[in-house]
Design a protein around this ligand. Structure first.
Ligand code: AHR
Length: 518
């Protein structure tokens, strides 16, 4: 066992910024088996469905309290013409999905189906517009179709298609990865286009859009600066309505290279640690983009959005390369846990994030095989963290990260933690990245007296170490090989009037501890 791998102090009476629930957003693209099969099975399917949307997936995902769902892409968004996906299904055009496998897209799942899915999930829509190959008029019309309540032409068209009331749309993306699949644009070119589309994506009939400018790839801070120069022309106390309400960036955790990313399940300990080092990098990237934004927007009116993140491995052997289908192990759950801690620590500026993607693509919450469905380890990490949504972040001070490990020349802390408080409930997340040994942690809790309600741990079955601790995953024949269980090795003691939380974390595990303030 690592001796006292973490020694930290949390001030319960000093609440920090709110951890925006939208940091726990999801992403569904017309890619592989995400939308089709993952959600959409059609009304005639033998898989139980409501209006064509499969109910087993919906019921599972409702456990996550998903705050927002990004759609229809991704790269697909910049090839998508929304009119193809409205009106009678049998009349909708069939197009080629040129980004993902060149398969036929029959547009069965369009605007109405997406909003119906959001209703079933109880989630807010994040719609991404086509800036790459679409027109400004298409953007204006889509917003009118979605959100206008009166007798405007697009509102009439929506009614002809069976929907009387406008929808409430929260987020509106202005294209996707314009530096790549979204047009191979320079930052200044995109900034001009984004200004145009943003202007015509109007707030209608009382709906208030959060417009998300498509941002940088990884550490392209110059891209963020170019966008912030645009947005700052409208910032200032006298004009609180910036052109964009958020600027995004994308970052994927890839253990290898784009050409040889590595297997999702068949990896060694070196690949494991490299994955964790790369996952940790998200913290530096969030801080880097935030620092650029601070210079132009010191009051953080514009949010930073990480609207694509997650692991990206080689596809499962025998599957279509363009479908990005990968398994999901305990390693993925730990990558998620590392991201959550970074999100909570940077909640003032980072207020939107979307893991890629929700079902059957990249780091998924659920996987499906015909009528079968399983929850991945990542699903469980999200479920265990739902209590952080809209809670106040609590700073974790004086961390003595004695478990730091040299990974490729980087000192990587092997224990990671974050905490929050909401309505008298405190949630502490504790992650032990070390697959070789348990970690004993001690956290002093100042400024309040707590009672311990319980702790939940996600890890391989007891006794597993090394490869067995991190490569473990759920299969359709064994869907609960990795599932949360109660952790008993947790206590809260009182020394000199101060509470101390102590826990022994199993190898390669993610734990949440629930405490109550009187
Ligand atoms: O999530 C898969 C793809 O990754 C998205 O379509 C694109 O935006 C990114 O490159």
């Amino acid at each position: 066992m690592s001796d006292l791998a973490l020694d930290a102090v949390v001030d319960l009476d000093v609440p920090g910024p709110t951890i925006d629930r939208h940091l726990y957003g999801q992403f569904a693209e017309h890619l592989g088996r995400c939308v089709y099969e993952g959600f959409w099975v059609g009304e005639d399917s033998s898989v139980p469905n409501e209006g064509g949307i499969r109910l087993d997936v919906v019921e599972a995902l409702r456990e996550l309290r998903i705050p927002n769902l990004r759609w229809p892409g991704g790269c697909f968004a910049d090839s998508y013409h929304w009119r193809d996906g409205v009106g009678p299904r049998e009349e909708r055009p069939r197009i080629a999905n040129v980004h993902w496998g060149d398969v036929v897209e029959d547009n069965a799942f369009g605007t109405h189906e997406f909003l119906a899915l959001c209703d079933l999930l109880g989630t807010e829509p994040y719609v991404s517009a086509n800036v790459g190959s679409g027109t400004v008029q298409e953007t204006a019309d889509w917003v009118e179709y979605l959100t206008r309540g009166d007798d405007a032409p697009m509102a009439r068209l929506r009614r002809e298609h069976g929907r009387d009331e406008p929808w409430a749309v929260t987020f509106f993306g202005l294209g996707n990865e314009p530096w790549g699949c979204g047009g191979n644009l320079r930052a200044d070119q995109y900034a001009s286009l984004a200004r145009l589309h943003s202007t015509y994506a109007r707030d209608l009939s009382g709906n208030k859009l959060q417009r998300v400018a498509a941002g940088a790839n990884e550490d392209d801070y110059a891209w963020t600066e170019t966008l912030m120069k645009q947005v700052s022309k409208r910032l200032g106390d006298e004009d609180p309505a910036p052109l964009f309400q958020a600027v995004s960036f994308h970052y994927y955790t890839i253990p290898g290279t784009w050409g040889a990313k590595g297997s999702a399940t068949d990896f060694d300990q070196d690949a494991y640690w490299t994955t964790m080092r790369k996952a940790h990098r998200v913290r530096d990237l969030i801080r880097g983009h935030s620092a650029v934004m601070d210079a132009y927007d010191p009051h953080a009116k514009v949010a930073l959005a990480l609207d694509e993140w997650g692991t990206w491995f080689d596809v499962e052997p025998g599957t279509e390369p363009g479908f990005l289908y990968q398994q999901n192990t305990m390693r993925d759950a730990l990558v998620a846990a590392v991201h959550f801690d970074a999100f909570h620590d940077n909640a003032r500026r980072l207020r939107l994030a979307n893991v890629a993607q929700v079902v059957n693509v990249l780091q998924s919450m659920v996987l499906t095989d015909g009528a079968r469905m399983l929850r991945t380890p990542t699903f469980h990490a999200f479920a265990m963290s739902a209590g952080h949504q809209d809670a106040a972040a609590l700073t974790v001070h004086d961390v003595a990260a004695r478990g730091a490990r040299d990974v490729d020349g980087t000192a990587l802390p092997t224990v990671s933690t974050s905490a929050s408080v909401k309505e008298g409930s405190v949630l502490v997340s504790l992650t032990n990245l070390d697959p070789g040994a348990p970690a004993r942690v001690r956290v002093a809790l100042r400024g309040g007296s707590v009672t311990l309600d319980g702790a939940t741990v996600l890890a391989a079955p007891e006794g597993a170490v090394s490869d067995d601790a991190v490569r473990v995953h759920n299969t359709f024949d064994s869907p609960d090989a990795v599932a949360p269980r109660e952790l008993s090795a947790v206590s809260v003691t009182t020394t000199a009037g101060q509470n101390v939380l102590e826990a022994t974390l199993p190898p390669a595990s993610f734990t949440t501890v629930r405490l109550t303030l009187p």
